[in-house]
Design a protein around this ligand. Structure first.
Ligand code: CP
Ligand code: NVA
Length: 301
């Protein structure tokens, strides 16, 4: 049985297969409905807020014939301390798949182990694989391919997005530059686990932007880090994507943001609005990429 626990756990071939299928599903949308999940119910347990992930999964499950069952973690006994492994064993006997957004990566791993149903990581503190698959789809559409391209990630390089990008670079072989202040560079234990990968780290935003084909950013204050907001905003300020940074990148470079965006912080209003077609195409692609993930898991269980 296959799960989507992280980009770490996918091969390059699997990533390519999912993105290629997403291209097809996007083209076929509304013309053809391939209801591989007909009659199924998929549970969605979210302990953190979400707009894009929740809506794209609910719509995607519907389009594939399944009923999404959204469960706010605080409304189920999990929020009152029922162990994950018990919740997973109950759901595993009733629903056909599970999509989880939470803090601890181990919770997603435990759901997969004890639930024995396809399990999708819809964001943890460790990784955000669904977002990366949509981003790769957008890069393919906008730039033709990620092969030979340089992706520059600006901001908190030690967050879920930075880590998922690093695994994507390792699996697919494109170049990733993480431009972050020392305090927010990927942890040495993560870099050891990543091993040999085409990933470079710099604390110089100008170096980060040079020769980049994709300028990527994310909030400086990830969910769960709100108490650190003041310090983070100060240290990360030089790593904003603004018109100067855009002017240093390769001609034809695209700007990407996983959203939600905090204008005037990690990206300026001017850059976000002038590149809104790129950023909102990326947001739309969450739907198509996740439908491809659901297909992939449905066919491999
Ligand atoms: N990018 C992303 O995952 O958005 P949401 O938090 O709105 O789901
Ligand atoms: N790094 C961000 C991503 C939001 C989609 C967070 O975890 O809040």
């Amino acid at each position: 049985m296959k799960h989507l626990l992280g980009i770490e756990h996918l091969s390059g071939e699997e990533i390519e297969k999912i993105v290629d299928h997403a291209v097809k599903l996007k083209g076929d949308r509304g013309r053809q409905s391939d209801q591989v999940l007909l009659g199924e119910t998929w549970a969605m347990i979210f302990t953190k807020s979400s707009t894009r992930t929740r809506v794209s999964f609910e719509v995607g499950l519907n389009e594939l014939g399944a009923r999404p069952m959204f469960l706010n973690a605080n409304d189920v006994q999990l929020g009152r301390g029922e162990p994950i492994k018990d919740t997973a064993r109950v759901l595993g006997r009733m629903v056909h798949g599970i999509i989880i957004r939470t803090y601890d990566q181990q919770d997603v791993v435990d759901f997969a182990e004890f639930g024995k149903i396809p399990t999708i990581n819809a964001l943890t503190d460790e990784e955000h694989p669904c977002q990366i698959l949509a981003d790769l789809l957008t890069i393919k559409e906008k730039l033709g391919s990620w092969a030979g391209k340089r992706v520059a990630f600006f901001g908190d390089g030690d967050c879920n997005m930075g880590r998922s990008w690093a695994w994507a670079a390792k699996r697919l072989g494109f170049e990733l530059v993480i431009a972050a202040p020392k305090e927010f560079q990927p942890h040495s234990s993560f870099m050891e686990r990543l091993g040999d990968a085409p990933v470079t780290i710099t604390d110089d935003p100008v170096m980060g932007a040079k020769e980049a084909d994709v300028l990527y950013t994310d909030t400086w204050v990830s969910m769960g880090k709100e108490a650190e907001a003041e310090g983070r905003l100060k240290v990360l300020a030089p790593f904003q994507i603004n018109s100067k940074i855009v002017s240093l990148a390769n001609p034809g470079a695209i700007v990407q943001h996983c959203l939600p965006a905090y204008r005037g912080k990690e990206i300026t209003e001017e850059v976000l609005e002038s590149r809104s077609d790129e950023v909102f195409q990326q947001a739309e692609n969450r739907l198509h990429a996740q439908k491809a993930v659901l297909h992939y898991l449905a066919l491999n269980r």
